[in-house]
Design a protein around this ligand. Structure first.
Ligand code: PXP
Length: 389
């Protein structure tokens, strides 16, 4: 039967795409096996939802979502209708800001919550019911993301640190990572990644300032959780930051961030970034404990470290490491995190990771820059994109 959507807000919320929510609601009805029934969805204000909350539930104040099932009625017309879900966009927007997610993501979750209520789940009945309901919500969220990702290409973000490494070898001005970023974007990359290291061994402050002004896609600033770099990020306002561990002696980032071991410190970085509207990714080993810790402290993304898979010397080791990445990506995806991966990926080992279906973006630097020296940067990026397709 479909989904009826109305807004009784004046003016309508400009930041919410009703078409995108309708598509999600239709997928959800299908996933719940009730595609033939009709769902009515109303977006409203805190004032209106507070009235409904008082009238129908005898509860004071606004709430985020209300669900009114039709099941009690016995006429045929009512049977065709599943019921009403009413969402306050005022409360949803506040909750989205606290969780550092978009309004759309919060509304999707509230829609799932309301829908699950319409199907008979009720978290207020008992702790057991609460656990059952939460499990069903997580299942639906993961299944919805999977459906939405079906057939979608994995995006490529190019790390241009090594253009800067080459420049720094002579201490001059060429090659320029800022120019390189433009070429990568023109070739089809949807993001530019740079790591502003505390020792400034490759990317310099001047680079990040110019990149902030010129990158048209998405600037992802990789950084240590150090006071100096946090202050720079908050001034620069990149489109996202990726927190990585950093050791002065290492050649490149060696392992994932120990999120579980420093939750308090990292949660405070997430809070600062959230306040500035910057989503946070955490670069973690393919370890469910680290992934769940990242979710717990409010990360939006995790980037799964693919280094051990890429460096494996034997087929058995490579397969083992690949399985760990696949499992970790599934854990992150099902936990509602957005999933990226990177480190050591090249033209031979990237295809398998890109095919997992749970990873939306790969961050690749060294292999593309190395090939660019031989075939040109534009071609090197296009060849990698062809592997992702
Ligand atoms: N992701 C992170 C977090 C990194 O630190 C790096 C290396 O700078 C990369 C991805 C890219 O790795 P590579 O240069 O090996 O492609």
């Amino acid at each position: 039967m479909g989904v009826l959507i109305a807004q009784d807000l004046e003016p309508y919320s400009p930041t919410l795409s009703v078409a995108a929510i309708r598509r999600e609601a239709e997928i959800l009805l299908r996933l719940c096996g009730v595609a033939e029934r009709e769902l009515s969805l109303l977006f409203t204000s805190d004032g209106r939802i507070a009235e409904l909350n008082r009238t129908w539930r005898n509860k004071p104040g606004p709430t985020n979502v209300l669900a009114f099932p039709m099941a009690d009625e016995d006429s045929q017309e009512c049977e065709a209708m599943l019921g009403d879900v009413i969402i306050s966009l005022d409360t949803a927007a506040r909750e989205a800001a606290v969780d550092n997610i978009t309004l759309h993501q919060r509304v999707t979750f509230l829609l799932i919550h309301g829908l699950v209520h319409l199907l008979g789940y009720d978290h207020e009945r008992s702790d057991q019911e609460l656990a059952r309901m939460e499990a069903e919500e997580q299942r639906l969220l993961a299944a919805l993301q999977r459906e939405k990702r079906r057939g979608k290409m994995v995006r490529l973000a190019v790390n241009v640190d090594h253009m800067a490494t080459l420049r720094q070898a002579r201490g001059g001005v060429e090659p320029d990572p800022v120019q390189a970023a433009g070429i990568c974007e023109l070739a089809g990359a949807v993001g530019i990644v740079v790591h502003l290291r505390e020792d400034r061994r490759h990317i310099q402050d001047r680079d990040v300032i110019l990149l902030r002004q010129t990158v048209k896609t998405k600037l992802n600033l990789e950084m240590a959780a150090s006071a100096e770099i946090i202050a720079i990020a908050l001034k620069l306002l990149p489109d996202m930051v990726t927190l990585v561990p950093e050791k002065r002696q290492e050649l490149t980032t060696e392992g994932g961030l120990n999120v579980a071991g420093q939750k308090k410190k990292l949660a405070s970085v997430v809070a600062k970034m959230s306040k500035a509207g910057i989503p946070v990714s955490m670069f973690v080993d393919p370890d469910p404990r680290q992934i769940l810790a990242a979710r717990e402290i409010g990360a939006t993304f995790v980037e799964i470290h693919t280094g051990r898979y890429c460096d494996a010397k034997t087929t058995a080791d490579r397969e083992h490491e690949f399985d760990l990445i696949a499992q970790a990506a599934t854990t992150a995806f099902e936990a509602g995190l957005r999933v990226c991966a990177g480190h050591g990926l090249n033209y031979l080992n990237t295809g398998a990771v890109a095919n997992l279906g749970t990873i939306e973006e790969l961050s690749i630097g060294h292999a593309i820059m190395a090939r660019a020296i031989l075939v040109g940067l534009d071609q090197a990026v296009r060849e990698m994109l062809a592997l992702l397709g």
